[in-house]
Write a protein that binds this ligand. Structure first.
Ligand code: DGL
Length: 265
């Protein structure tokens, strides 16, 4: 397939979390057409095996390539850390991934201690283990699986007492152990920033790599001469989910021109 600058940007995640990345992309490149795929039926990916995550990532990529996407943004830390290497080998299209920003956090910590909240699949991936062991002689990294957080979000229970209870349980020990930076290692978590700040206090830095991923997407499109040229037509924002579009619609309520559909894939 010849990649065309007029084609859409393809983005996928296991659920609604990747819309936090879509929003950054839309902010930076509002004229680009986008297709967002939410594999809600199979969420969460965080407890699946590496093989299953690879298989689902291939399925999502093929769906987006069949719709002529010019670049694929893997808006999921779990899928990136477990599958992006295989995707890049298999398909001749640029891929952008998202990995927990422990390196930037290591440059910002004053206490030499950072906390990271991510899925089990991300924290146990070879890619993450290698990245963290490279830093561990300089800083202490407190890892915590955000068990249950994605499930609550997919049910739309974002500001619920259960959410606050789980976040408190995961984050307070990091602060007691002197962490001054918290890395959000899952694209669902930027939506929890306000709750997190209330729990950890305003002095703690919350590190979110969403804006950097959008910038990287723009850079790669520019390098490949794939930035949309004719920007006079209004952009089309498609969102597809294979289960219950209510949560997706909730997270996109400030974007009335987005087209949200339940489909089977
Ligand atoms: N949003 C995802 C991530 O960044 C996936 C969470 C999940 O499905 O467990 O890891």
């Amino acid at each position: 397939m010849k990649l065309q600058s007029q084609n859409p940007i393809g983005i996928f995640d296991s659920g609604v979390g990747g819309t936090s990345i879509w929003k950054e992309i839309q902010l930076l490149m509002p004229k680009e057409d986008t297709i967002y795929l939410s594999d809600t039926k199979n969420a969460p990916y965080g407890y699946k095996s590496e093989e299953e995550i690879i298989e689902l990532s291939i399925k999502n990529t093929e769906y987006l390539l069949e719709r002529d996407c010019k670049i694929i943004v893997v808006a999921c830390n779990t899928a990136t850390t477990n599958a992006i290497r295989i995707l890049r080998q298999k398909y001749d299209v640029p891929f952008i991934g998202i990995e927990p920003a422990i390196k930037p956090a290591s440059l910002q910590t004053s206490t030499n201690t950072i906390g990271i909240l991510a899925t089990k699949g991300t924290l146990h991936s070879q890619l993450f283990e290698k990245a963290s062991s490279n830093l561990e002689d300089k800083i202490t990294i407190i890892e915590r699986v955000g068990e249950g957080l994605v499930d609550l979000m997919e049910k739309g229970k974002i500001n619920s007492p259960e959410m606050i209870e789980l976040l408190t349980k995961y984050l307070k020990p990091m602060i007691s152990e002197n962490a001054d930076c918290i890395v959000l290692g899952c694209t669902h978590y930027p939506y929890l920033k306000k709750l997190i700040k209330n729990i950890v206090g305003h002095k703690i830095k919350i590190i979110d790599s969403g804006p950097a991923v959008a910038k990287q997407t723009q850079n790669v499109l520019s390098q490949h001469k794939l930035l949309k040229q004719n920007t006079s037509s209004s952009p089309k924002y498609y969102f597809y989910t294979n289960k219950n579009k209510a949560t997706l619609s909730y997270f996109l309520k400030e974007y009335p021109n987005s087209i949200i559909k339940e489909i089977s894939f």
